[in-house]
Design a protein around this ligand. Structure first.
Ligand SMILES: Nc1ncnc2c1ncn2[C@@H]1O[C@H](COP(=O)(O)OP(=O)(O)O)[C@@H](O)[C@H]1O
Ligand SMILES: [Mg+2]
Length: 443
């Protein structure tokens, strides 16, 4: 259901309710008013007639005198007076003049306003011996007409008011819908990756806030997308350069050594060659090759992670840096429980530690770096928490380099959070948490 249909239907239900309740109240009020007005007129008429009769009854009058006496009540409203003559016929004596402008109310209104009204009969004896009967009845129709007129006025004023409110709401609504449509168009643009076009400012504050949030979102997505593309390009470059290095190393180290071994194997067949010397040379070349292969494998993958576990590999890494940079104090606080985490998670922890120490050595100019790597939340959502803090010069990377970006990417791919905090002169603190996924048995 559209919002417009919803609002309009709610307004319509309210209007019907207001009109129903208002209508019932109006009819009830009209009924009270008519009853009061009619009964007071009727009582007044009766009093006047009683007064006239008390005077008349002493000496019977002629018909003319009698009529003159009684005609005073003609002025009283809401009465229907008739006379029954000697033949028993009822003759209307007088009926109140109807106001010709007054609209005759519909039958249903008369029925709902009308009640039973009193009626009075009088026997009249004239001087000439004839007798007549005077019948006085209440005649509420002109009062009911007045009430009808008032009710109609009430009805139309309510209808006009509701109409105006309805129009005003729909006008506001139209402008809101236009804004909503343009926000939806903006969201579609963001969805399709057109981050350049921004939503304009809007007059309505709430919509303006939504639009500016969407604009921020679009900016953030643009940056994330650019970062991703750059990272992907960088990854491909690294891959290419690693392949180049590998092939060069294979060519230079392996190629030369293998050629040398081959040459020696030919030389050994020559009579009178120094076999011991050649065999020593081959052994030396093999040792050298073993060293080259080991170092190549180490660059490609920290082998010891699978064999020794995360803790020992990290200690190895830290010791290696301590050996290379004795001036830098490297502290490692490691939680042994983390030796149980999956191989994938262990690789991420290792790579992050490696990149952080490299960065400290390269950029921080620090005397101390502390790596705290521990497990939190044993039973409920266990996670590995890393905090690498140095006391160097600090320095926020203006648009992270690839090292920081790659760390962030690693962490976020694992469903964790990465934070780079830096204070000028006080060093950098890298805070990471990643959820621990159960180690799979056959890993
Ligand atoms: N520990 C640190 N101390 C000071 N600056 C740092 C530190 N770590 C990172 N940075 C800053 O962040 C930038 C980005 O780092 P990184 O993404 O690792 O790229 P790279 O190391 O290749 O320059 C660095 O160039 C440096 O300016
Ligand atoms: Mg780096």
């Amino acid at each position: 259901m559209s919002l417009r249909a919803l609002i309009n239907s709610r307004i319509l239900i309210s209007v019907i309710f207001i009109l129903l309740v208002g209508g019932v109240l109006t009819i009830w009020q009209a009924k009270q008013a008519v009853e009061k007005e009619v009964s007071s007129s009727f009582n007044l008429a009766l009093q006047m007639i009683d007064l006239g009769f008390s005077r008349l009854s002493r000496t019977p009058l002629t018909e003319y005198e009698w009529l003159r006496q009684i005609s005073a009540i003609q002025k009283t409203r809401h009465l229907h007076i008739s006379v029954v003559n000697e033949e028993g016929e009822e003759v209307e004596w007088f009926v109140n003049d109807k106001n010709p402008d007054e609209e005759i109310p519909p039958q249903w209104f008369i029925k709902s306003v009308e009640t039973t009204y009193p009626e009075a009969n009088y026997d009249i004896r004239l001087a000439d011996g004839r007798s007549k009967q005077l019948i006085v009845r209440a005649d509420p129709i002109d009062e009911i007409s007045e009430a009808w007129g008032e009710s109609l006025a009430y009805f139309w004023s309510v209808v006009t008011m509701i109409g105006v409110i309805f129009l005003a709401i729909n006008m506001v609504f139209n402008s809101m819908l236009r804004t909503v449509r343009s926000i939806v168009v903006g969201l579609r643009r963001v969805e399709s990756g057109q981050y350049g076009r921004k939503l304009p400012p809007y007059d309505i504050r709430e919509f303006d806030a939504i639009a500016s949030e969407i604009n921020h979102l679009s900016d953030a997505l643009k940056v994330a997308k650019e970062n991703n593309q750059a990272l992907a390009r960088h990854t491909m470059q690294i891959q290419e350069s690693e392949r180049r290095n590998l092939s060069r190393e294979l060519h230079d180290e392996m190629g030369q050594s293998l050629t040398a071994i081959k040459a020696m194997s030919t030389a050994i067949r020559q009579p009178g060659t120094d076999v011991t010397k050649i065999s020593d040379s081959i052994a030396e070349i093999c040792n050298h090759l073993a060293g080259v292969v080991r170092s190549m494998m180490k660059t490609l993958h920290p082998l010891s992670l699978a064999d020794l576990g995360l803790g020992a590999t990290l200690t190895d890494l830290v010791n290696e840096w301590r050996r290379r940079h004795p001036e830098l104090m490297i502290k490692l606080n490691y939680d042994e429980r983390l030796d149980q985490v999956s191989h994938e998670l262990a690789i991420h922890v290792y790579r992050i530690a490696q990149e952080c120490i490299t960065n400290v050595v390269r950029h921080a100019n620090a005397s101390t770096v502390t790596l705290t790597i521990r497990q939190e939340g044993e039973h409920t959502s266990p996670r590995v928490v890393m905090r690498i803090r140095d006391n160097g010069q600090g320095g926020k990377p203006s648009g992270y380099g690839f090292g920081v970006l790659a760390m962030q990417e690693r962490v976020e791919n694992m469903g964790g959070r990465f934070r780079f905090e830096s204070e000028a002169g006080k060093g950098v603190s890298i805070n990471v948490w990643m959820p621990i996924i159960e180690k799979i048995e056959n890993e």
